[in-house]
Each structure stands twice: as C-alpha cells, then as structure tokens.
Write a protein that binds this ligand. Structure first.
Ligand code: BGC
Ligand code: MG
Length: 552
C-alpha cells in the first residue's frame, strides 16, 4: 500500500480536541532513525526525509525522543537548553520544516519534554551549584549531609548507587534519580515551575501538537526527605528497573509520587488547552503505576493520557495477566486514559523479550489495536525487529555498562533503523553509525518487507487501519475482560455497534462458546478467523477472531 492512497487527515487540534483518544503514536529515537549528514548519528533532516514511511503506517502522531541541546550523557534525556536543538540533530529551522512536513502528511508531532531534571551543564545548575545565595540556589534539591557525612537519606538512583551526589562547592548533596549528571529540579520552587511552563509554551507556539512527558511522577520529592521503607520481597516487580537493580528493593513513597504534583499538572494542562495539544505522561512505578495513571488522567484538567509500563515487563503476558491489568485500570482509572506500548527505547524489543513467532507478533499487534487505550509503536517495531546484539566494547548506554552482564542496557533496542537490505549501513547513513547495524535487522529492512505482502510491515499497516476504520476500537466502551485458560475475550461498543474480540494467548487449542445474535466476522485481511459465531469456534494458539454486530 502506498501512503499516497491514504485519505488525507487534517491536523486541526482545536476542531478535534479528542484526537489523542485511541490514537496510534509512532516513537522516533532521533539518533537512530536516519543520518542525513554522514556523522553516524541520526538527525532531524533525516527524520523529515523518512516521514513518508511513517505516514504510510497510518499513524496519528509522532513522538520524537529528545533532540534538545545536551551533553548526551543520557543521549538527550539530559538537557542543557530546552529551547534549542542540539547541533548534532540540526537547527530550530530543521525542526520547523519537519513539523510542517508532518502536518502536511496528516500527522501530529509530540516532543519529549524532560522536565524532572536537567543536565549538570544546564546554566540553571551551573549557577545553582556555585554557592548558597545565588538566584538559582534553590532550583535543585540540595541537602546537608548526615552528621557522619553520609547522604541525607536512603533514596537510590535508578541508574545505580545513592540518589545523592556530593558537591564540593556548596558542601552539600544534590538529588539525582538517574545519572549524577542529571540533577533533579526542585518543583517545590514556584520559579522552577514557571520556567518549565515557559518551556512548554515555547514549543506550543512553534506549533507542536503535544508532549511526551518524561518521568512525570518524579517531579516532586518529599520535602522532609524521609527514608523510603523496604519493599517486601514478594512485591519486588521489575518493570521499570532491571531485576538486578536494588532500586526495586524500596517502596518509593517519598522520592516520587507526591500529591503536590497534581497542582503542577493542572497548570501544565491549562498552558496546553488553548492549543488543543495533548500530553502523554510517562509514569514509572512498579508498584503504583496504574493508580498514579488513574490519578493523573482523571477528569479533564490533568493529563490526557499516561504511559503505562504493564506490557513492557519481561514476561509474555498471559490472558489472565491482560485481564488483571484491564480490571485494575477499570478499578483505579475508570475515568482515565492509558497509552500502551510493547517496546520503546528503554526496553528489550518485545519479539525477543517474549520470544514471539511471527504469528504471535501479528496477533499481539491486533490485540493492541482492539483494546481500550492509545498505543505507542517504537521505530522498527513495524518490521518485527528482534533485540540487536551489542558487544560490551560497543556499549554506549551508561545504564548497561553499570549493570552488565545481567542487564545489558538499552543499546540493543537503539541500533540504527534498517532501510535497505543491500546498502553497507542499511541506508541509515553514509558512514559508520554510533551503534552497529544488526546483520539480522538488515535482512528485515524496509525495502525487503515492502516487496512481501505477508511481511510484518504490511500487517502493521492493516492493523492500524483496522483501528481507524472501526471507531468502537478507537474510543468505544470496553466490557470487563474474561480470561479462560489461554483465551481472552472482551467486547467494545460504540453508538450501538458491538465488537466481539477473542484472542488465544495460550499454548493449547481454545474454544469460543457459541454467541447469540447476528455477528459478522471481520478483519479477514488481518488473519482473524472467519467463522459462524452461532456455533462454538476453535482457535489454535495465536489465532483470534473479531466479529461485529451492527446497530439495532
Ligand atoms: C527515559 C529514559 C531516560 C530517563 C531519564 C526515562 O524514562 O525514557 O530513556 O533515561 O527517563 O530521563
Ligand atoms: Mg547526522
């Protein structure tokens, strides 16, 4: 299918304020999408060149990971100027051009604001660390040592070690939830809040359609700096930090998830409102993630959606896992909206993580398009790429270097996008890229898949189109899910139309009981089993069935 044959969708956020609900969002990791100037690193001009590919998928929006000025210690998630483009990625004019081209192709653009912390190279921190009296002295979280010189409390950094780093100039510790070069901003200071709201306004005025908000539940910390209690061993999930990380040993009651955050999120929303822009806030919490998602997306004056980690876990979800998650969402976020992802720039790509066959991968994609919530697709996911192997000597990610070899870091999901099977660097760029192109990925390159109607790439296009053609899947109500062995069943409803969805996530043949009513099988081109639902229907592992009952 050629993207030119797609109906042109207009981008008018004021006229379509609910555009984000049920949207499919394509995540671009700019370092690894397309290098246009031969320096081995992807850039904004490169992304602009590849927009027709993204549009061909039929997605509603693009989320671009950070491209702001940065010393790149955490590859852009350490910002030293929120209102400028890093030279490595291009210029503000390149961004304007990319935005304009995306809009002409009917796609919205969401930029990734990393507001919780800055780089230690940010002028705000450079000033703050000088002494106790400067104008920015309270813009970061500074604290006295304990009498014995050790850090003020037991808080840990996700990237390893204490969350406190000693600074000789102030003879104080400062807080960092990630690298020591990512000092945490003090949101309890109103000047800080206002400066960050100005950052959001800057991008909104440039015409962006929304934000992906990094680590949104880390904005505030407990001002009393109380110790986090230990987390009982049986509650130690590892969804946001790898299992080997002692960050999982704490119940994060005080270093994040503070109630003051709601008022700030409200201010942020009111800045976005006049532009019809939407936000997806990333909630990183292995214990309370869905509860916080519910809190932050309730009503219509906080976040539009929150990004959930439930399906980024290591274990392949079973039917009953999906049922448990969706039940919990109904319970704690009935009024809210989630945004689901199977893969991203922080996690092992899901075909490898879950050891999926092509059939399994195809079915999971359809499931994500049928259940309630918006969806994020990570670059290369549309090709079914497995995790790339990156040798220790080639590692770039400080997180992987810290916890190697039990956790290999995030480089394996960040290698360059494979465009052409035959070119030396798979069409990513003219010169050696910053991470190696995976030989396995080259065989799965876009040009090869374009030629094969059964390829994963065409399946993603069909699945996304299926969601768009059936409004019930995009924004309809959803019945409670029912797991029966490996079988997962639910319905979606919108304006009198009902959709019946049955997916076999198990290893055995499953039987869907006969249903009353006049059901029509749909989704044949996706591989949905076409059978008469008035009789029991058998589904093999990874088979699914979608049927529709029209109005009346
Ligand atoms: C981003 C990571 C980043 C971290 C710190 C996240 O959740 O997705 O890539 O390292 O925030 O900014
Ligand atoms: Mg480049």
């Amino acid at each position: 299918m050629n993207f030119k044959t797609q109906p042109v969708r207009t981008v008018d956020n004021r006229a379509q304020p609910d555009w984000w609900r049920g949207a499919v969002i394509y995540q671009v990791y700019p370092r690894s999408y397309q290098d246009s100037n031969g320096d081995g690193i992807g850039d904004l001009k490169g992304i602009a060149q590849r927009l027709p590919h993204i549009a061909s998928l039929g997605v509603d929006a693009i989320w671009i990971s950070p491209f702001f000025k940065s010393p790149m210690k955490d590859f852009g998630y350490d910002v030293s100027d929120y209102c400028d483009v890093d030279l490595m990625f291009g210029t503000l004019a390149d961004f304007d051009d990319l935005l304009d081209k995306a809009h002409k192709l009917g796609m919205r653009v969401m930029v990734d604001l990393v507001l919780s912390h800055t780089s230690d190279q940010h002028p705000w921190f450079q000033e703050s660390c000088q002494d106790h009296k400067n104008a920015k002295s309270d813009w970061y979280v500074w604290a006295e040592p304990k009498p014995d010189g050790t850090p003020p409390n037991n808080w840990l950094s996700i990237f390893g070690g204490s969350a406190w780093h000693w600074d000789g100039r102030r003879e104080q510790y400062y807080l960092h939830n990630f690298l020591t070069s990512q000092p945490d901003l003090n949101f309890h200071n109103e000047e800080v809040q206002n400066a960050l709201l100005d950052v959001a306004k800057f991008w909104l005025k440039r015409g962006v359609d929304g934000f992906r908000l990094d680590t949104i539940n880390f904005y505030f910390h407990d001002q009393k700096l109380r110790d986090n209690p230990p987390l009982p061993v049986k509650r130690r999930n590892a969804t946001i930090a790898p299992r080997v990380n002692p960050y999982n040993h704490q119940d994060h009651q005080y270093d994040k998830n503070q109630p003051e955050n709601l008022a700030f999120l409200r201010s942020l929303r009111s800045v976005m409102e006049p532009y019809g822009a939407a936000a997806v806030g990333e909630v990183g919490d292995a214990q309370y993630g869905l509860e916080i998602l519910g809190q932050y997306t309730a009503g219509d004056d906080l976040m539009h959606m929150c990004y959930a980690f439930e399906f980024l876990a290591n274990a392949k979800p079973t039917a009953s896992d999906v049922e448990t998650v969706m039940d919990r969402v109904d319970e704690v976020a009935a009024d809210g909206w989630s945004c689901w992802a199977f893969s991203n720039h922080d996690t092992v790509r899901h075909p490898s993580r879950w050891n999926l066959s092509d059939e399994g991968l195809k079915m999971m994609t359809v499931l994500m398009m049928c259940w309630r919530g918006s969806a994020c697709i990570y670059q290369g996911e549309e090709l079914g790429l497995p995790e790339a192997e990156v040798a220790f000597e080639e590692l770039q990610d400080p997180y992987g270097i810290e916890f190697w070899p039990k956790f290999k870091g995030r480089d394996g999901c960040r290698t360059p996008m494979p465009w052409e099977t035959q070119s030396e660097f798979s069409g990513f760029g003219e010169n050696k890229p910053w991470l190696p192109v995976s030989p396995k990925h080259m065989e799965m390159a876009v040009d090869r898949q374009e030629e094969d109607p059964d390829a994963i790439l065409h399946h993603y296009r069909r699945a996304i189109r299926f969601r768009h053609e059936n409004p019930a899947l995009r924004s309809g109500t959803q019945s409670p899910m029912k797991a029966d062995g490996g079988l997962l069943i639910f319905t979606r409803e919108h304006e009198g139309e009902t959709y019946f969805c049955a997916f076999n996530l198990g290893d055995d043949v499953a039987t869907v009981a006969a249903q009353t009513g006049s059901w029509q099988s749909i989704g044949a081109d996706l591989g949905s089993v076409q059978d008469d639902l008035t009789n029991p229907v058998t589904l093999n592992p990874w088979q699914f069935l979608i049927a529709m009952k029209p109005k009346g």
